[in-house]
Design a protein around this ligand. Structure first.
Ligand code: PLZ
Length: 447
């Protein structure tokens, strides 16, 4: 047994907290960390990871947590998924890096072939590969500006696009992402979004409001791109009212604006379609992807209309590590797992388990103001039942309670009052239901 891996399919699918949290080994590591890791980098959990697989993450003291986070929607195919591990092993023994800009290799081409096939629309598509979501967003904006010869970029309220200088400018929320880190990149314009629970507007009314702001404050003919998440992730799993997203896409088309879907969080099966734009019948001009597509490795991509992607001069796009062969082996393993195990359908089953249970909980506890989301991207918004105001402290307390009970949940939202669930798509029904039992207990304890 000593040679068999700890992670992947070998992890027992159980929740088991056997030490105080954090346990002694995690405490030791926390002390070392405090000496050498920047305080600017923080962690939600007080425990250090040892290994993981399926729906479980095990810490260095042997505590097993049910994972409803997937490392922020990354390990959709599970941690150390067997095909991901196998392909990485083969790749790492061949070569670790050549730089695609110097000596190309097949896996880059193969990943781009898959992306052309999997993304919405049957037009000719091309891709460029990068390392992080923010880097994909940076490049999508570069390409859209190059293609249109225009400067202005329109984003929406509650949007999140990354932590680099340009993507901080595109991100709405100040703390913790932007405070003190300015000045930010120019020519970014933020307009109202559709947030049905807060604004009560139909998709059409919200789109009319946004488009009117765009026309009056930016000018339709000044805009290179509209960049928007089909379901807003960090902003609080905000599902726009039906029609909003499509109307913005149609406005973009009518005004020669590149419509960029930021599917970094929603993409690759997470919402019960391969890409969330499909729920709204939208074919974006460009799509930014990262997270899930790498199967846990850093892979990001911009995929889009060939004429837009090819408009940039040769050598205009790149980077030392973009499309690293080991990371791409992970991506190829993730693509295979997603299709072989039918995980897009599995995301829809997860929604069918989670939504009714959470709606039932909402009936008992009016501090759950809203239950929403699609597929395996589900959230509850926590409010003060008397006033309807966001209840951030309660949200933190509920999530901390769940952590102590061995369930890893995340928070989100501009008002920090959204509890979000992003289980790996390979989680079993039993484990998912057990996690929901704990969430119920956590809500009850804080009602
Ligand atoms: N676009 C829609 O969700 C990353 C951020 C976590 P990177 N979201 C998690 C944090 O606090 O830094 C994200 C996203 C959307 C872009 C990004 C950025 O992706 O890979 O983190 O750069």
């Amino acid at each position: 047994m000593s040679n068999s891996p700890l992670g992947g399919n070998n992890v027992p699918q159980v929740r088991n907290i056997s030490t105080p949290l954090p346990g002694p080994q995690s405490e030791k590591l926390a002390k070392r960390r405090a000496q050498v890791v920047s305080a600017g980098v923080s962690s939600l959990m007080p425990v250090f990871a040892s290994h993981g697989g399926g729906g479980v993450l095990v810490d260095v003291d042997g505590n097993s947590f049910i994972d409803l986070a997937s490392g922020i929607a990354v390990t959709s195919v599970g941690n150390s998924a067997p095909k991901v591990v196998e392909k990485i092993k083969t790749a790492v023994e061949a070569f670790t890096h050549t730089c695609f800009m110097i000596t190309p290799y097949e896996s880059y081409v193969e990943v781009c072939e898959h992306l052309a096939r999997l993304t919405p629309g049957d037009h000719a598509k091309k891709s460029a590969l990068f390392n992080s979501g923010a880097e994909a967003l940076e490049n999508a904006v570069k390409i859209a500006r190059y293609y249109t010869k225009k400067d202005a970029i329109v984003v929406v309220e509650h949007g999140y696009h990354g932590r680099t200088n340009l993507t901080m400018a595109m991100t709405a929320k100040n703390m913790p992402y932007k405070k003190g880190f300015g000045p930010f990149a120019g020519e970014i314009y933020r307009v109202p979004t559709s947030y049905p629970f807060h604004d009560g507007l139909s998709g059409e009314a919200a789109a009319t409001r946004a488009i009117s702001r765009i026309e009056k404050e930016v000018g339709a003919d000044q805009i290179a791109a509209i960049v928007i998440e089909p379901i807003q992730g960090e902003g609080g799993f905000i599902v726009p009212a039906p029609g909003f997203y499509k109307q913005l896409a149609e406005f973009a088309k009518a005004n020669s604006i590149v419509f960029i879907a930021d599917e970094v969080q929603t993409g690759f099966g997470r919402t019960g379609k391969m890409f969330a734009s499909e729920h709204e019948g939208v074919v974006p001009d460009l799509i930014t992807m990262a997270k899930g597509i790498g199967g846990g490795l850093p892979v990001a991509a911009v995929t889009g209309r060939a004429e837009i992607m090819d408009s940039v001069h040769p050598g205009g796009l790149g980077g030392t590590y973009g499309g690293n062969p080991i990371a791409l082996a992970g991506a190829l393993g993730a693509f295979e797992t997603m299709e072989d195990e039918n995980l897009v359908e599995r995301a829809r089953q997860i929604e069918k388990i989670m939504i009714p249970r959470l709606e039932n909980l909402q009936k008992q506890y009016p501090l759950i103001g809203d239950v929403r989301g699609r597929g395996a991207m589900i959230a509850i918004e926590i409010v003060d039942p008397a006033t309807g105001e966001p209840a951030a402290a309660k949200t933190t307390a509920i999530s901390k309670f769940a952590h102590q009970e061995g369930v890893l949940v995340l928070t989100a939202g501009t008002y920090s009052n959204v509890l979000r669930f992003l289980p790996p798509l390979v989680i079993g029904d039993e484990l998912l239901n057990e996690a929901l039992d704990v969430v119920e207990k956590a809500v009850a304890a804080n009602a």
